[in-house]
Design a binder for this molecule. Structure first.
Ligand SMILES: Cc1ncc(COP(=O)(O)O)c(C=O)c1O
Length: 377
C-alpha cells in the first residue's frame, strides 16, 4: 500500500462549495453557465480571447488538428518525447505525425531540427511544454511564420507558466498557439477531475471548435452539416475549475515551494541525478519534479526502492518512436536519441498540490538514502 502517492490533489472548501452550488442549482450538464464562466476566466488568465472547454486534454488536441482543417496527406511535426495524445490527435484526422527529437536540457522539441522536417505537406507544428519546461515558442513561431505553418501549443503541463519574449516582457504559456490546449486531469494545477480546454484569438476558429465539440449542432436542431463529436465538459467540472482559477497565484506558490524544498533537499546528488533547472526565460509551472538518473539501471532500481518504501513514482513518457501502435504510422527526421534516453532514465517523484511537508521529507530522505547505500557516499 502506497503511503506517499505520486499525486495528491488539493480540493478546498471553496471548491466543494462551488460544486455544491452547481448541484443545488441543477446546472450539472454542459448547458451550465459555469462552462462559459470557466472558459472566460481561463482564457483571460492566459491572455486569450476565446476558451472552449472540452472533456479532456486529448480531445482538445484532436479538435485543434481538426479545426485547422488538417487531414489525409498532411503532416504535423510533433516532439518524440510527449504523451501519446499528440500522435493520436494527428492520426485520428488521417494526417501523418512527423517526429523530431527533443533537447536533453529541457525535454522539449529541438527547434534546430524542426526545419529539416518541414516539407510541402507540413501544415502545423505541435509544440508541447514538458514537465514544467517550456518549448521555445519564440523560435517555433518564427519558423511557422517563415513556412506559413499553424502552431498548436500543448500547455497541459504548464498552467500559469510564463515565457520571456523580450527583455522583461513575459507571456503566459497557452498564449502562443493559433490554438493552445490544456488538460485539467487530476494531476494538473487546475483540475476538474477530467477536463480540457482550447484557447484561441480567432473567432471563426472558436466557433468551429464549439461546433466540433458538440456533435455539429446548429439550427435547426438535429440537422448536421459537419461531423462533430461529443467532447463536452459538464457544469460540475466547470464549477470546480472556476473556483480554482481564482486562486491560481496560491496554486503556483505551493508548486514553487515544493520545488524549492526538493532542490534544497536533493542538492549534493547532482553526480547521480539531474535535477530540474529552468532557463532564465522560463517561469515554470513546476508541474511535477522530474529527475533524470545517469544510468538506466539506476532508474529502475531507484523506482523499485522508492516503491518498496511506500513512495509512488511515475516513469517518464515512453517516446513515440517506441510505441508499438505507432509502428509504420509516422515519419521521423534526424536522430531520436535524446528522447529515448529520457524515456529510459527519467522519473518524477511525488509533487501534487496536496503533498504534506512531512511526506515530502520522507521522499527526500529515501531518495538520498538510495544513493548513499548504492554508491557508498
Ligand atoms: C502534455 C500533455 N498533453 C495532453 C495530455 C492529455 O490530457 P488528458 O489526460 O486530459 O486527456 C496530457 C495528459 O496529462 C499531457 O501531459
Amino acid at each position: 500500500m502506497t503511503s506517499v502517492p505520486v499525486n495528491t490533489p488539493l480540493i478546498t472548501d471553496e471548491d466543494k462549495q462551488s460544486v455544491m452550488d452547481a448541484l443545488n442549482s441543477n446546472w450539472i450538464s454542459s448547458s451550465s453557465p459555469a462552462i462559459e464562466e470557466f472558459e472566460q476566466a481561463w482564457a483571460s488568465y492566459c491572455g486569450r480571447k476565446f476558451g472552449i472547454a472540452v472533456a479532456n486534454g486529448t480531445a482538445a488536441l484532436e479538435l485543434s488538428v481538426r479545426a485547422l482543417d488538417i487531414g489525409p496527406g498532411d503532416e504535423v511535426i510533433i516532439p518524440n518525447f510527449t504523451i501519446i495524445s499528440c500522435a493520436s490527435a494527428v492520426l485520428l484526422t488521417g494526417a501523418t505525425p512527423v517526429i523530431v527529437d527533443v533537447k536533453l536540457e529541457d525535454m522539449c522539441i529541438d527547434v534546430s531540427k524542426v526545419e529539416a522536417a518541414i516539407t510541402a505537406k507540413t501544415k502545423a507544428i505541435m509544440a508541447v511544454h514538458i514537465y514544467g519546461y517550456a518549448a521555445d515558442m519564440k523560435a517555433i513561431l518564427d519558423l511557422a511564420r517563415k513556412y506559413n505553418l499553424k502552431v498548436i501549443e500543448d500547455a497541459a503541463e504548464m498552467h500559469g507558466g510564463e515565457l520571456e519574449i523580450e527583455t522583461n516582457s513575459w507571456k503566459r504559456a497557452g498564449s502562443f498557439g493559433d490554438i493552445s490546449t490544456f488538460s485539467f486531469f487530476v494531476n494538473k494545477l487546475i483540475s476538474t477531475g477530467e477536463g480540457g480546454m482550447l484557447l484561441t484569438d480567432d473567432l471563426e476558429t472558436a466557433n468551429r471548435l464549439k461546433l466540433l465539440r458538440n456533435l455539429g449542432f446548429t439550427t435547426p436542431r438535429y440537422l448536421h452539416s459537419i461531423q462533430g463529436f461529443n467532447y463536452r465538459m459538464t457544469g460540475l467540472q466547470a464549477s470546480l475549475g472556476v473556483s480554482q482559477v481564482s486562486r491560481m497565484s496560491k496554486i503556483l506558490q505551493i508548486k514553487s515551494n515544493l520545488y524549492e524544498k526538493y532542490m534544497l533537499g536533493l542538492s549534493g546528488l547532482e553526480k547521480y541525478i539531474k535535477l530540474p533547472i529552468y532557463p532564465s526565460w522560463v517561469k515554470s509551472s513546476y508541474w511535477v519534479f522530474p529527475i533524470i538518473v545517469n544510468e538506466e539501471s539506476d532508474r529502475d532500481e531507484l523506482v523499485q526502492y522508492l516503491n518498496e518504501n511506500g513512495i509512488e513514482t511515475r516513469n517518464f513518457f515512453i517516446s513515440m518512436s517506441e510505441q508499438p501502435y505507432l509502428k509504420g504510422k509516422f515519419k521521423e527526421v534526424g536522430g531520436l536519441k535524446n528522447s529515448q534516453k529520457l524515456s529510459k532514465c527519467g522519473l518524477y517523484i511525488p509533487s501534487g498540490l496536496g503533498l504534506f511537508g512531512t511526506d515530502q521529507d520522507i521522499v527526500i530522505n529515501k531518495v538520498k538514502s538510495y544513493f548513499i547505500d548504492r554508491h557508498n557516499i
